[in-house]
Ligand binder design. Sequence first.
Ligand code: PLP
Length: 398
Amino acid sequence: MSINYGRFPIAMVRGEGATLWDAEGKAYIDLFAGFGGPLLGHCHPELVDAVTEQARKLWFVGNLLHTEPQTRLAERIASTGFDGRSFFCHAGADANEAAIKLARLHGRARPGEKGPRYKVISTLRSFHGRTFGAMAATGQERVWQGFEPTLPGFVHVPYGDVDAVAAAIDDETAAVLAEPIQGESGVIVPPDDYWPGLRALCDRHELLLIADEVWTGCGRTGRWFGHQHWNIEPDILTLAKGVGGGLAVGVMCARPAVAELFDYRKHGAVAHATTLGGNAIAMAAAARLFEVIERDRLVDRAAALGAKVMQRLRGFAASHPAVREVRGKGLFIGIELDLAAVGGGFENGRQIVERCLDRGVVINAAGTDVLRLAPPLVIDEAELDRGLEVVESVIAGA
Ligand code: PLP
């Protein structure tokens, strides 16, 4: 296998809800849900049913024909507060590539004095994926170092700062791209005036506002989509991770007027495509995931449970100076540490993650000093508490 990942020497063989078992039979409480993929936990019985039922019926026919699961998922997404047209692909990077291409068509349809507008303003410390467009959009040098020259046309400004975006707009700008809450850089929640400010700016300058909801979509933060915390609507949202419940699904969903730019009749050729995007098995799982989230009120559950976790961890932080800040929304939580004050002589967050794994809890570290929690939305409260006890005891050096 490729050695691109810094894997821990543990092989997982089974999962159920928020519990995982390794090859030796040791159980783990999963407080990270595979980078947000298994949003409904591992092997949710209804997703298993959806996949197996679909596997017996139809897998794939190509995107020149319709299939029912694809239509059902598109309708589900459009009825959960963002009325757009969905393009289906396989990953977050993939969805962002589609959004960037749509932004270029938008800029071409509204040229500036120098010609087609093509620039995308994105944010420092953002993460949008590893393909060339998404990588260039990503505001972290370590992601694109070694792969230069990167795709031109991206400008990075500080996150949470509307004035910085305003100052970066020029005659060639086509779009603004940001995460509702920055994920990979450590769960950074922007100020409340950020998203409304971006919306107003984009309206004023006829720019597309793209919300990368790859982490924050599908209820994770206690709203269907992260941008809904600030009562605005983007022009495009991108989804991946949780939307497939652990299967490879990416979605680029655009307001109908914007989605028209991809209309093959108007474009004169196919503007964008991917062969296996929207395959019936992945779509059946994702559509059922939306149905379960809605029926079981898991968006509200994420909000309520997240508030409890946040309160608990902030209480813990009050008596433990090793915790600098606890932040996030819903079940998307970052714990920023002062590593020097953490007992146990840890040099980085990864070592803390390793200690938690030893004690049977899966968490994640973003950068060197932020621990990230993103448990499945269905996690049992007692199990969550047991997992948090372990995380707290490791931070306390016990
Ligand atoms: N966008 C955001 C906000 C992400 O956090 C990630 C991955 O972590 C991506 C895009 C890329 O998604 P994928 O790894 O599915 O390509």
